[in-house]
Design a protein around this ligand. Structure first.
Ligand SMILES: Nc1ncnc2c1ncn2[C@@H]1O[C@H](COP(=O)(O)OP(=O)(O)OP(=O)(O)O)[C@@H](O)[C@H]1O
Length: 305
């Protein structure tokens, strides 16, 4: 038995402490993410491609958006623009604007959406429906290539076993990050939920993965179908035990300390239950640090032209 006690002299864990770790540098995961450290001081790594989607819940101001920045930054650190595209959806319109300079590299172009960061509900509906269409096209390509998933497909592409003239081309991973997804569900209901659920149910085999956050922790927002299709979840501090159970099927998130203290619940896609719960301190990342990385990527793009 172990007793967890609050540290009387806490210090802030910074992104550079986890992103520069050997675990991230040396890993061979498809979509490696690091978000912080366990209470034993180990860097927590996970492969978003295996999750295959992630639901993040918690009260306002507890660190959900900071966690999203951790995930985006670790993927930017490990991937190249042709390997990965992001679709960033932000109803608040303030959190992801910082990534707009990546429009020509890491951000996916959605026809009819003018701005690279999606802040409007109609654009979000367009984007999610476009992704559903892309998913169907990718399934067709997989079928014609006689493979089961994106890895086998890309292996055939890189071994020149597929004909580009037959519409075959390298498939990049696509990570859809939707901060406060409940905002759009409240205004547009099924128009948003239907394509979101369809992607969550099917799209992982074709390399499309979803990360969504919410501070509204009720069963009409995190519905049974959302819960089942997002087996892996993270809970930041919440007010009540029942809110905690909505996210991680366990009441303990109301005992967390705030400021990035979280419970990471690894789920089982097949049986939709939580198989493992780990307490993590999320790394803090500020705008200055994100800006520095973005400037570096943009400069690299310019140098390569
Ligand atoms: N990992 C962390 N370490 C230290 N402080 C943190 C951490 N994460 C968040 N904070 C503090 O909490 C504040 C709110 O964080 P953040 O915006 O990520 O919360 P949120 O849950 O997304 O809130 P909202 O739902 O209102 O958007 C940050 O500005 C920062 O001061």
């Amino acid at each position: 038995m172990a007793i967890e006690m609050e540290n009387p002299t806490p210090s802030t864990l910074l992104l550079k402490d986890v992103i520069g770790s050997d675990s991230l540098k040396n890993d061979t995961m498809d979509l490696p993410c690091t978000i912080g450290k366990t209470i034993d001081g180990e860097v927590l790594m996970f492969d978003l491609a295996k999750m295959p989607h992630l639901l993040i819940g918690g009260a306002t101001g507890q660190g959900k958006t900071t966690c999203l920045h951790n995930i985006i930054m670790s993927l930017l650190f490990k991937k190249l623009p042709h390997e990965l595209k992001f679709v960033l959806i932000d109803p608040k319109g303030t959190e992801f604007e910082i990534y707009a300079p990546l429009a020509d590299s890491f951000l996916m172009k959605i026809p009819k959406c003018e701005h690279p960061i999606i802040t409007d509900v109609n654009d979000a509906i367009l984007a999610l429906n476009d992704l559903c269409e892309l998913m169907d096209k990718r399934f067709d390509l997989l079928k014609r290539a006689n493979v089961k998933n994106i890895n086998e497909y890309n292996e055939k592409i890189t071994s020149n076993l597929l004909d580009y003239a037959d519409c075959h081309q390298y498939m990049s991973y696509i990570v859809v990050v939707n901060d406060e997804y409940a905002d759009f569900i409240m205004t547009s209901g099924e128009d948003i939920e239907m394509p979101l659920v369809r992607l969550a149910q099917l799209a992982h085999s074709v390399g499309i993965h979803l990360v969504i956050t919410t501070q509204r922790l009720t069963y009409n927002i995190i519905t049974g179908i959302i819960r089942a299709t997002f087996p892996t979840s993270i809970a930041f501090r919440v007010t009540t035990e029942s809110e905690s159970k909505v996210i991680i099927q366990n009441p303990d998130a109301c005992k967390l300390l705030g400021k990035g203290d979280m419970l990471f619940a690894k789920g089982d896609m097949l049986f939709a239950y939580i198989s493992e719960l780990t307490r993590i301190q999320c790394a803090f990342v500020d705008e200055k640090e994100i800006n520095r990385v973005i400037k570096f990527i943009v400069q690299q793009e310019i140098n390569q032209k």
